[in-house]
Design a protein around this ligand. Structure first.
Ligand SMILES: [Zn+2]
Ligand SMILES: [Zn+2]
Length: 137
């Protein structure tokens, strides 16, 4: 994985932001995240390695649904289902454990947490999954 803003490789694939320029993972459209070669703005495919670039509002094939993630957050959010769906496993497990280990009492906390995330997902403030892929509407 390469930073889409400055083209530097990430230290690990799990990195959530670029340590060189401080840009969030998946943000920017100057470089290919797969091979790190420069990508002219507006290109939807890397001319070097051929992968689809998630520039602008372009969602990749198999993109996860924003609406589905939002509904999971509202109805099953205290179990972290929306975060499991989007691949944010650490956050999902935390929500699941808080709810289960408190015999449901913690669902007051995780429920509110999930509803906030559901709103962020539906309003587009959270618009990528854990791999940095755009969510489709
Ligand atoms: Zn960078
Ligand atoms: Zn490439």
């Amino acid at each position: 994985m390469f930073c889409k803003n400055c083209g530097q490789p990430y230290v690990t694939d799990q990195a959530v932001m670029c340590v060189k320029c401080g840009t969030q993972k998946g943000v920017g459209n100057n470089y290919c995240p797969n091979c790190g070669s420069p990508t002219p703005q507006g290109n939807q495919v890397c001319m070097n390695c051929g992968i689809a670039l998630n520039n602008g509002m372009y969602a990749p094939m198999g993109a996860k649904s924003k609406v589905a993630a939002g509904l999971f957050a509202f109805f099953l959010g205290c179990f972290g289902v929306h975060n499991f769906y989007l691949g944010y496993t650490g956050k999902a497990v935390a929500q699941l454990l808080i709810t289960l280990l408190t015999c449901g009492a913690g669902s007051v906390i995780t429920g509110i947490w999930a509803i906030v995330e559901g709103i962020l997902i539906l309003t587009g403030s959270i618009n990528t999954d854990a791999d940095g892929n755009m969510l489709k509407d």
